[in-house]
Design a protein around this ligand. Structure first.
Ligand SMILES: Nc1ncnc2c1ncn2[C@@H]1O[C@H](COP(=O)(O)OP(=O)(O)OP(=O)(O)O)[C@@H](O)[C@H]1O
Ligand SMILES: [Mg+2]
Length: 588
């Protein structure tokens, strides 16, 4: 995990090295200052048989001012480089995670929850950023400063320095106990953050549904619960951490008391000078303060280790779909062949979603696909543009296995209007150009005419420049579907797949779109998944799917004559007793 994260420091390595360097410099200057102070008192004020040596005092004062300035500059430089390095690391982590997420296959995406990914990209990275800054600035500074101060104390007075050592051991053990206890709770806090993000994300996304079902109160309760859990864990953790301060104060005052008592004795017996005692007092604060700082670093690092692990998981996740060594970049034609295809979403776990599928589809054919919900219609077509890889058998497009294609080239030639489609924020033109960034305005309008979208787009006051809101909330379901169809058409693909893409469009418009496509792009192989027989009955051939298997494959007439499921569906949708009651719809 540390290796993965540290690889992303990249162009901020220099800053990362300079930070601790300047921090250590600051410590060196800071540690000499108390010594100078001691010398000033002993040799300057008390020196010269107690009459004071003004020159010495001025000289020492001057040196101390220079040291303070140097410490100040080193501290500032250390802080600046530390900030640059840690913010830079965060930037690199975010962009690299995002880049890797873009390469994820659908099955990689299925593994992480969206809320989880967002927490990883935001909160987790911020944690690592803070920890990294702390690490660069303090992880060296604190121990170096402490050791320096301890060593210096030993040079001043061996006896008193021993008191420090005892204090350090006592406080060290105390802090370790407190922090180890707090760590337990802090780690739990992060798990709860995922829950909170999930609740927020799900509800903000589905706010319309929440309102439609009058679930606001319930959802608010859910959020309260998630937020409450974090609150509880934080309070518990803080309840443990608060013991830090009293423990610190106790040790500090006890040490001071000891030094005062012991030091006074030493001064009286002339074993120690007053100035030296002053120096030792300053070191006392220094040593114990740094120890406290170390305990915070310890907590911070253990906390961020949890975040670091979650980040590394995303960075290390490798796309399950890889481009082959020498990819084919040209899709010859729109023919599709399924040879003994078996497929499941989770490899090696139980039942196959698709079983032993064999299909041979010629370029330019229109293929209807019909079948009940969950019969694996969407799964079947998702293999054609290699959104998922098959477990067994092969899918061939234009006579070549889809695994041998360059994925981008393949997906440019196999255009899908997904069942769950989305529009992005931006104008209608922007959205259409997702299909083809270099499409001209005329081409966009042409595609929209084919998709029967031109009429309603033109009726908008701003026409094609109408802004689509995030998720396409300001257009109707049917309008959205038609914009998505136009977007897919702009790719000018060899294979076009409509996954239930006209379900929200009225039957007449649906027929109009099909007719327009037949005339405008006769050479393109079309797959039309639909729930309505009317949407597929004029297709060249129709696949009837049932429970992941091909139950029938033929023309409308052939299927009506010899496929029970198709016949039943047809009768329930036409005939005298036609209705769209799902339970009567048999397989549908
Ligand atoms: N991403 C996924 N991860 C795991 N299982 C999935 C996933 N998508 C679909 N499934 C499962 O695969 C099976 C087939 O689903 P699929 O979406 O292909 O059906 P469908 O025929 O398109 O249904 P519908 O008509 O409702 O769109 C279902 O049992 C479903 O639970
Ligand atoms: Mg589907």
């Amino acid at each position: 995990m540390f290796r993965t994260i540290s690889k992303h420091v990249k162009n901020y390595t220099v800053h990362s090295v300079l930070t601790p360097l300047f921090m250590v410099l600051e410590v060196i200057f800071e540690t000499i200052i108390p010594m100078c102070m001691g010398w000033m008192v002993d040799n300057g004020i008390n020196g010269n048989s107690g009459n004071g040596d003004m020159n010495y005092i001025l000289k020492m004062g001057g040196i101390m001012i220079v040291l303070v300035i140097l410490a100040f500059i080193s501290g500032i430089l250390g802080a600046v480089f530390g900030s640059i390095a840690s913010c830079g690391l965060a930037k690199n982590l975010r962009t690299d995670m995002y880049k890797n997420i873009q390469t994820f296959s659908f099955s990689n995406i299925d593994k992480f929850s969206t809320a989880g990914l967002i927490t990883r990209l935001t909160t987790d990275v911020t944690n690592v950023q803070n920890a990294y800054q702390m690490l660069l600035r303090m992880a060296f500074r604190a121990p170096v400063s402490m050791i320096f101060a301890l060593v210096m104390s030993y040079t001043v007075s061996f006896k008193i320095a021993n008191i420090y050592l005892i204090a350090v051991i006592f406080l060290g053990i105390g802090l370790a106990v407190i922090m180890l206890n707090a760590k337990k709770y802090f780690t739990k806090v992060f798990e709860k953050y995922d829950d909170l993000n999930e609740t927020i994300q799900e509800n903000v996304n589905a706010i319309r549904v929440v309102k439609a079902f009058v679930r606001e109160d319930y959802e608010s309760e859910e959020l309260k619960k998630a937020a409450g859990n974090i609150y509880k864990m934080f309070v518990k953790a803080e309840n443990v951490v608060v013991w830090n301060a009293p423990l610190m104060q106790f040790t500090m005052f006890a040490t001071m008391l000891f030094i005062s008592w012991f030091g006074a004795h030493l001064v009286v017996s002339n074993e120690l000078e007053t100035g030296q005692l002053l120096t030792l007092f300053t070191y006392c604060m220094n040593i114990l303060g740094n120890l406290m700082m170390l305990s915070f670093i310890f907590v911070m690092l253990t906390l961020s280790a949890a975040s670091g692990k979650r980040i590394a998981e995303v960075l290390d996740e490798e796309s399950e779909l890889k481009n082959p060594e020498n990819p084919v970049t040209e899709v010859k034609d729109g023919s599709v062949r399924f040879e003994n295809v078996c497929f499941s979403y989770k490899k090696g776990s139980g039942k196959n979603v698709l079983n032993k599928i064999n299909l041979d589809i010629k370029a330019g054919e229109t293929i209807g696909i019909i079948g009940g919900t969950g019969s694996a219609k969407s799964s079947l077509v998702s293999l054609i543009n290699r959104l998922y890889d098959v477990n067994e058998g092969s899918v061939k497009v234009g006579g070549v296995d889809v695994k041998d294609y360059d994925m981008e080239a393949l997906r440019n030639q196999v255009s899908v209007v997904l069942q769950k489609n989305v529009l992005f924020s931006g104008s209608i033109f922007d959205n259409l150009r997702w299909g083809n960034p270099s499409a001209t305005d005329e081409e966009c309008v042409e595609a929209c005419k084919l998709a029967c979208a031109d009429d309603f787009i033109s009726s908008f006051p701003e026409g094609y420049n109408t802004k689509i809101e995030q998720g396409g909330t300001n257009v109707s379901g049917g309008q959205k579907q038609r914009i998505c169809i136009a977007r897919a058409l702009l790719k000018k693909p060899k294979i076009l797949i409509f996954d239930d893409s006209t379900s929200a469009v009225d039957t007449a418009t649906d027929a109009k779109i099909r007719k327009a496509l037949k005339e405008a792009i006769p050479g393109t192989t079309r797959f039309i998944i639909a729930q309505r027989i009317s949407s597929v009955q004029d297709a060249d051939r129709i696949i009837v799917m049932e429970e992941g298997e091909v139950n029938g494959f033929g023309t409308h007439e052939e299927l009506l004559a010899n496929n029970a499921i198709y016949k039943e569906v047809f009768e329930s949708q036409t005939g005298a007793n036609a209705d769209f009651d799902e339970s009567k719809g048999g397989a549908l």
